[in-house]
Design a protein around this ligand. Structure first.
Ligand code: TTP
Length: 200
């Protein structure tokens, strides 16, 4: 039986993927979802948008705790269009039809508050999807997977069969760039890998 990880971070996110990604590098979290306004500002670039939302979520989540707090935001970017989570079937079908056969960017912002103030970064990953037929889009929607995913697809799930190529960070597409996140956490004094018995 595995021992529960000690809590060393507040996770300002409702995303189970982010919790699982942090657990995979040995960081136990206290989950504290926030409700920040995700409307893009006029003229805001997609990179500035995800970085701002990550900071807003970290800031809102840090209220009333001494723990370092992490916020993050993932958006799929096609040209200058920011695709968030689809509101309904129609929007999901429109997103997947637009993304079919394209190479697009997935941008993830991450921000961590702590003894060194607010530290943040953003990561851009290039994803190429093969052409997806309308009947596949319909079947994919009915799987239930697209509903809470930016761009209406999950690279780590059934949509893996559409992903021809990825350049950059797989974990960033899933919701948190682990390489860059580890650097921010270390700078804020959060230890990685948890408490593990040494292998003799
Ligand atoms: C593109 C893509 C996104 N996603 C997910 C990551 C994010 O959870 C979600 C994008 O929505 P976000 O607004 O970034 O996050 P969230 O609403 O899930 O959680 P919170 O705001 O509370 O932190 O899409 C995948 O799981 N796989 C993918 O391939």
């Amino acid at each position: 039986m595995s021992t529960p990880q000690a809590v060393s971070l507040r996770l300002a996110s409702a995303s189970p993927r982010r919790r699982d990604l942090l657990a995979s590098i040995g960081v136990g979290v206290e989950v504290f979802p926030t409700a920040v306004d995700e409307t893009p500002h006029a003229g805001e670039s997609p990179a500035a948008y995800v970085a701002r939302l990550a900071r807003d979520k970290a800031q809102a989540g840090a209220a009333g705790t001494a723990l370092p707090t992490l916020g993050s935001d993932t958006a799929v970017v096609l040209g200058q269009r920011i695709l968030g989570k689809p509101r309904d079937r129609e929007e999901a079908v429109a997103m997947l039809s637009a993304l079919s056969g394209t190479t697009h960017d997935v941008m993830t912002g991450v921000a961590v508050t702590g003894p060194h103030g607010m530290l943040s970064t953003h990561v851009v990953t290039r994803v190429t999807l093969r052409e997806i037929q309308p009947a596949e889009i319909d079947a994919y929607w009915r799987s239930g997977e697209p509903v809470d995913k930016a761009g209406a697809y999950a690279i780590q799930g059934l949509a893996a069969i559409f992903v021809e190529r990825i350049e950059g960070s797989h974990s960033a597409v899933v919701g948190l760039p682990l390489f860059e996140t580890a650097k921010l956490l270390t700078r804020q004094g959060v230890s990685l890998w948890g408490e593990r018995p040494a292998v003799p």
